[in-house]
Design a binder for this molecule. Structure first.
Ligand SMILES: [Zn+2]
Length: 298
């Protein structure tokens, strides 16, 4: 199973993608926030006490043996902008809102920086290209999905020699088709962007069930990603109140889960976090240089 619940210590979902990369998705369990935010709320922008959120973030990052300086966060504006980040962006947005990378919903890196993004119903998309040794994380709500942020990530990977045929993608927990009804206005966005919309099922006049998992999957497969290399968690945030916050179910206020992905470094291998045999990583000298306009510039 690529997606697997881990229940020791903090309960979270781990994405098993081999020894070169670590990734996961938090649950709402095991934190210090109270009320609507109980308990592991990781969102600083939802009205919870900042001090509690920072304790929660420390716990979540601790799952990965990481601290705030090891993570980078984008602003998440329901857009489709994606940027490459380097160690120069270390810590941006991980301890306060103001320093998050403005205007972006997708992050890519070839460094050992952890990419982090926050979710209540929107779909987390994880990318790993083992050939160019790069990872990416995108925030795809209905707007990002209709706007095909997945293609923006693939295009950015291609700028550095990545190929859709090499890429692994995971679709994390988000609101499922079981619980996500949208109106004509939202459906029209998808009809404009997709020639076929099998992920929209009519329910009652002017309303549709929207399957964000399938819409992202069709986008990825259409761009050349192997269907067998897309791991959809298939977990609905609205259906599982014990595990997840849900904006649609809970309304405002509610908390946020976090997605995390990071390339494992030689240093972490040396610490014994990776066991067993592994292949030599091919040298990637020169791959980390800024390429084109998508490199983040402050
Ligand atoms: Zn559901």
């Amino acid at each position: 199973m690529e997606w697997e619940w881990v229940k020791e210590g903090q309960a979270y979902l781990r994405l098993n993608w081999g020894e070169q990369v670590e990734a996961g998705f938090s649950s709402r369990e095991g934190g210090v926030s109270t009320g609507a935010f109980a308990s592991l709320n990781l969102g600083l922008h939802v009205g919870d006490e900042a001090a509690a959120v920072l304790v929660n973030r420390e716990r979540w990052l601790g799952v990965w043996g990481a601290g705030r300086r090891d993570a980078v966060v984008g602003e998440q504006v329901h857009g489709t902008e994606v940027v490459w980040v380097t160690d120069a962006e270390a810590g941006r947005g991980s301890g306060e809102l103001g320093s998050a990378l403005p205007g972006v919903d997708g992050l890519l890196t070839q460094s050992s920086l952890g990419l982090m993004a926050f979710f209540a119903d929107c779909t987390p998309l994880y990318f790993y290209d083992p050939t160019i040794r790069a990872v990416a994380l995108a925030h795809a709500g209905w707007r990002g999905t209709a706007g095909k942020i997945a293609l923006r990530v693939l295009a950015a990977l291609a700028e550095r020699g990545g190929k859709a045929g090499d890429v692994r993608v995971a679709v994390g927990p988000s609101i499922g088709p079981c619980c996500y009804e949208v109106d004509e206005r939202v459906a029209a966005h998808f009809r404009r962007e997709f020639s076929e919309t099998p992920f929209l099922q009519a329910t009652r006049p002017g309303h549709y069930r929207l399957d964000l998992w399938r819409a992202n999957l069709e986008t990825l497969v259409g761009a050349g990603v192997w269907r067998s290399r897309i791991a959809t968690a298939g977990l609905c945030t609205s259906c599982q109140p014990e595990h997840f916050y849900s904006h649609r179910r809970d309304g405002v206020p509610t908390g946020r889960m976090a997605a995390w992905i990071r390339l494992k470094t030689r240093e972490s291998e040396d610490r014994g976090q990776i066991r067993g045999r592994r292949q030599e990583v091919r040298g990637q000298k020169g791959r980390n240089r800024a390429g084109g306009s998508r490199q983040y510039e402050p």
